[in-house]
Design a protein around this ligand. Structure first.
Ligand code: F0G
Length: 465
C-alpha cells in the first residue's frame, strides 16, 4: 500500500529559487569538491538534505516577531517573552538562552564533570560527546540493542538500555558517573524516539544512584509526537502534556533550537530546581556567550524562538512533518531499499552497507552513496558511518562504525512532494547500478572531525563490474 503524502498545513508566501545543474556540471563540481559534500557550494545543490538544523522555514508569525525583537542589551522584552514560553512548555523555572545547542553543552558540562569522570547516554551526538571530552570526562553510549539492527522495526529504538545503564553505573562506580543524558529523539541512532516509560525508568535509576539526568532536547516535539502515536497511555494526550511529562523526569536540559523550534539560530538550557547550578550557568554564559538576557542571540532571534517553540508542537504540523518522511520510507519499502526502520523523526537513514555490499567500511559506503546521490540528482546528504567516525586516536587506525548510514535530514517546511519523489527515484536508480558504485579512499585528512574537511578519491572500479 503506498503511503499517502500528508498535505502541507500552510501556504507558501515567499520562495527561494533553486536550480539543478546538468549531470556533467555535477560531475565537475563533486570532483572539484574532492568528493566531500561539505565542500560544495549551496547554490550547486538542488535538494539540500545535509542537515535539518537551522535550515527550516520560519512562519509569517515568526517573521513578524523578527520586526518586534527588542535589542536592549539587558532585560529586553523579547527575553522575557522567550523565558515565559519556555517555562510554560517545559515546566522548569530556570531558563538560559544561548546561541545554539553546543553552546549550552559548553556552558553546562564543565560545571558537572571533570577528568576521570564519566557521562552515559542513550547515544551522544558528536558535539555533546565532544563537550564531555573537553570537560575531561569520558562519554559512554548505552542504546537499546534493537537500535543496532536497521531491519528490526521497534517503536522506540532510541531508548536507553536500562539494564546496561545500571551495569555501567556499578562498573564505573556511582561517584564517577556525573551525568546521564537522554537524547530525544536519538539522532545518531536514526532519529528514533524514546518512550515515556523508558524516561521514567532511567529517571528512577538516576534518582536511586543520585546522578543528575539531562535531556538533549533538540527534537523534543517530534519525540512527543511518536509517543502519542506509539505509547497507548498517551494516545489521547495533547503534545504539550506529553512534553511536560517527559521533562518532568529530568533535572536539566540542553537544546539546539535550530531543529524543533524552527529557527535558523538559537539554543536553550533549562534547570529544574538547582538554583546554585543556574547561577553558575549564568556566570559561564556571560563569559562565553554574552549577557544572560541575550545569550549570544539578537533580540529578534529570541522573539522568533519564543514563537517557534509553540509552532513546533502543533499536531497538524507534526502529522505533516513525520508524514513526509513516512511517505519517502513507503517508496523505499516498495523498492526494497533498506533504512533504519521505522522512519525517523527528522529524516531517513539509508542503510548504505545493505545497498552497496561490495564496499567495505574502510571505503566508506555511506559516503559513496552520498556522492552518488549528488551525481544522480543534485541531492546533498551526509555519511553517518565510518567516514564520520574517523580514526582511533591511539592507534591511528580507521574505526568501524556500528552503522553505515547515508542520512537524508529533512529541513522543516521547506520541500514538497515532488522533491520527495525525486529522492526516492534517485535511490532506486542508484540501486539498479549499485555494483558499479565505487568506494573511496582518503587523500588528505585533518587530525580531528575529519569528515568536514577531508579530501577523497574514488577507488578504481572493481574487475567484472
Ligand atoms: N544535540 C543533538 C541531538 C543534535 O542533533 C545537535 C545538532 C546538537 C546537539 C548540537 O546543536 O548544532 O545547535 O550546536 N545536530 C545537527 C545535525 C548539527 O545535523 O544533526 P547545534
Amino acid at each position: 500500500m503506498p503511503v499517502r503524502y500528508v498535505p502541507e498545513p500552510f501556504r507558501i508566501k515567499m520562495v527561494e529559487p533553486i536550480r539543478v545543474l546538468s549531470r556533467d556540471e555535477r560531475e565537475e563540481k563533486i570532483r572539484e569538491a574532492d568528493y566531500n559534500l561539505f565542500n560544495l557550494k549551496g547554490e550547486d545543490v538542488f535538494i539540500d538534505l545535509l542537515t535539518d538544523s537551522g535550515t527550516g522555514a520560519m512562519s509569517d508569525e515568526q517573521w513578524s516577531g523578527i520586526m518586534k525583537g527588542d535589542e536592549a542589551y539587558a532585560g529586553g522584552r523579547s527575553y522575557f517573552r522567550l523565558i515565559q514560553a519556555a517555562k510554560d512548555i517545559f515546566g522548569y523555572p530556570f531558563i538560559q538562552p544561548v546561541h545554539q545547542g553546543r553552546a549550552a553543552e559548553k556552558v553546562l558540562f564543565s560545571l558537572l564533570m571533570g577528568p576521570g569522570q564519566v557521562a552515559i547516554s542513550n547515544m551522544f551526538f558528536d558535539t555533546t560527546r565532544a563537550h564531555v571530552n573537553i570537560a575531561g570526562a569520558k562519554a559512554v553510549d548505552c542504546v537499546a540493542p534493537e537500535a543496532l539492527d536497521p531491519a528490526v522495526r521497534a517503536p522506540f529504538k532510541g531508548n536507553m538500555d536500562t539494564a546496561g545503564l545500571e551495569r555501567l553505573i556499578r562498573e564505573y562506580g556511582r561517584e564517577k558517573v556525573r551525568l546521564v543524558v537522554m537524547t530525544i529523539t536519538n539522532n545518531s541512532a536514526g532519529g528514533q524516539p524514546v518512550s515515556v516509560r523508558n524516561m521514567r525508568e532511567v529517571s528512577a535509576i538516576c534518582r536511586r544512584f543520585g546522578i543528575p539526568l539531562c535531556i538533549d532536547a533538540a527534537r523534543f516535539a517530534e519525540n512527543a509526537f511518536f509517543v502519542k502515536q506509539r505509547e497507548a497511555e498517551f494516545a489521547n494526550s495533547p503534545i504539550r502534556d506529553i512534553v511536560k511529562e517527559i521533562f518532568s523526569h529530568a533535572d536539566m536540559f540542553t537544546m539546539s533550537a535550530k531543529k524543533d523550534a524552527i529557527v535558523n539560530m538559537g539554543g536553550l538550557l533549562g534547570i529544574k530546581s538547582d538554583e546554585e547550578l543556574y547561577q553558575r550557568v549564568k556566570g559561564n554564559t556571560i563569559s562565553y556567550e554574552g549577557f544572560t538576557t541575550y545569550g549570544g542571540l539578537s533580540g529578534r532571534d529570541l522573539e522568533a524562538l519564543a514563537i517557534g517553540l509553540h509552532e513546533g508542537m502543533d499536531e497538524q504540523y507534526l502529522t505533516y512533518r513525520i508524514g513526509q518522511i513516512e511517505y519517502l520510507a513507503g517508496k523505499l519499502d516498495d523498492a526494497g531499499i533498506a533504512y533504519q526502520a521505522p522512519a525517523g523523526g527528522h529524516g531517513l537513514f539509508i542503510d548504505a552497507q545493505a545497498l552497496l555490499p561490495h564496499i567495505p567500511y574502510h571505503q566508506f559506503p555511506g559516503q559513496a552513496l552520498a556522492v552518488e546521490l549528488y551525481r544522480e540528482a543534485g541531492i546533498r546528504t551526509c555519511d553517518i558511518g565510518s567516514f564520520m567516525l574517523g580514526n582511533d586516536p591511539e592507534t591511528g587506525m580507521q574505526l568501524q562504525a556500528q552503522f553505515e548510514f547515508t542520512r537524508f535530514a529533512i529541513p522543516r517546511r521547506v520541500y514538497t512532494q515532488a522533491h520527495f519523489d525525486i529522492m526516492a527515484e534517485a535511490l532506486i536508480s542508484i540501486k539498479e547500478r549499485a555494483g558499479a558504485v565505487p568506494g573511496y579512499r582518503i587523500a588528505w585528512e585533518p587530525p580531528i572531525l575529519r569528515h568536514f574537511q577531508a579530501r577523497l578519491e574514488p577507488m578504481g572500479r572493481q574487475p567484472g563490474l
